[in-house]
Design a protein around this ligand. Structure first.
Ligand code: PGA
Length: 307
């Protein structure tokens, strides 16, 4: 059939109002213009679509069929429009993501792969500790958050996508560096470099020592994993950090993972947002991407085999 979308839209308006006058008002057209388009459509179909009985306009059988097709064509076009809107959203959308400082050791790698796929997406990345992430979630300031353990007191959609083991580290020349199966209690005598209050690593570590009845005799507080690694390398004490912060130091053999009987602390990485939040097309795709591909994309250190 050789008809135009304009004819179809005009027909649809007349069929809905059952009035040429009301349809022409709605479409801001003159009544003769509306009648002419309907006439052309009737010529194309080869059947009358409307009949006038007295002053009233009715749809003929052919008109009723045409009304059904018009509705389905309009719905299909609207759906296509939505799909393209979403795709444009992905092409040019913005993604605001906030991550725990520890997650910053792998999130840039994930963002790089994601941006290769969607090169026009604008990304803003906040790196901060767990405590401030919780504030950002509460204030709905961010699309997605990546951190350890979701908080229990907030309505969140949180999904884990990867293990996050915490391990004890020491300089390679420390007498315990080559010991096997070290009892956790033995670490009590050592100085530990610990993250600042508000850090997820810090609270997981504190909980762990408490559960195992271990009270550290001496601690030194440092506000980043980087500072802790430098401090441990320099011989200030031991550290307990996510394995994912240690790639370079392990490779260069500047630090070793201590073989402590009760370690590692087994944690997970979660990607999360407030429940009920309407994720943009970009945020939804990034979340799907992290859940399905993070593990295969990232090349993170693995735990040493137990001897
Ligand atoms: P942190 O984050 O950098 O605050 O220690 C890790 C986590 O959320 O567990």
């Amino acid at each position: 059939m050789n008809l135009t979308l304009r004819q179809l839209n005009i027909f649809e308006a007349v069929a809905r109002h059952l009035s040429f006058t009301r349809a022409s008002k709605e479409l801001h057209l003159t009544q003769p213009a509306v009648s002419m388009q309907v006439k052309q459509l009737e010529d194309e179909v080869g059947l009358p679509l409307f009949e006038q009985v007295g002053k009233k306009v009715f749809l003929t059988e052919a008109g009723k069929e045409m009304q059904r097709y018009a509705a389905s064509i309009q719905a299909t076009l609207a759906e296509a429009g939505q799909v393209f809107d979403e795709m444009r959203g992905l092409e040019r959308g913005r993604l605001h993501i906030s991550v725990a400082s520890t997650a910053n050791y792998f999130v840039p790698q994930l963002l790089a792969s994601f941006c290769q796929r969607y090169p026009h997406v604008h990304i803003s990345l906040d790196v901060t500790n767990r405590h401030r992430l919780l504030d950002a979630l509460a204030a709905n300031e961010t699309d997605l958050v990546i951190m350890g353990k979701p908080p229990g007191n907030m309505e969140l959609v949180a999904e884990s996508f990867m293990d996050n083991p915490l391990v004890a580290i020491a300089p390679p020349n420390h007498p315990l560096a080559n010991s096997r199966n070290i009892p956790l209690k033995r670490l009590q005598e050592e100085t530990f470099l610990v993250r600042e209050k508000g850090s997820g690593t810090r609270s997981a570590t504190e909980r762990f020592f408490l559960e195992h009845g271990v009270a550290l005799s001496s601690t030194m507080e440092m506000s980043s994993s980087e500072a802790i690694k430098q401090g441990v390398e320099a011989g200030l004490g031991f550290g307990l950090l996510s394995l994912h912060t240690l790639e370079m130091e392990l490779e260069l053999k500047r630090l070793v993972i201590l073989d402590v009987r009760e370690l590692p602390i087994l944690r997970k990485w979660y990607i999360m947002h407030r429940s009920g939040k309407r994720l943009s097309a970009v945020a939804q795709s990034f979340k799907d991407f992290v859940l399905s591909e993070a593990v295969s994309i990232l090349n993170l250190p693995s735990l040493p085999k137990r001897k």
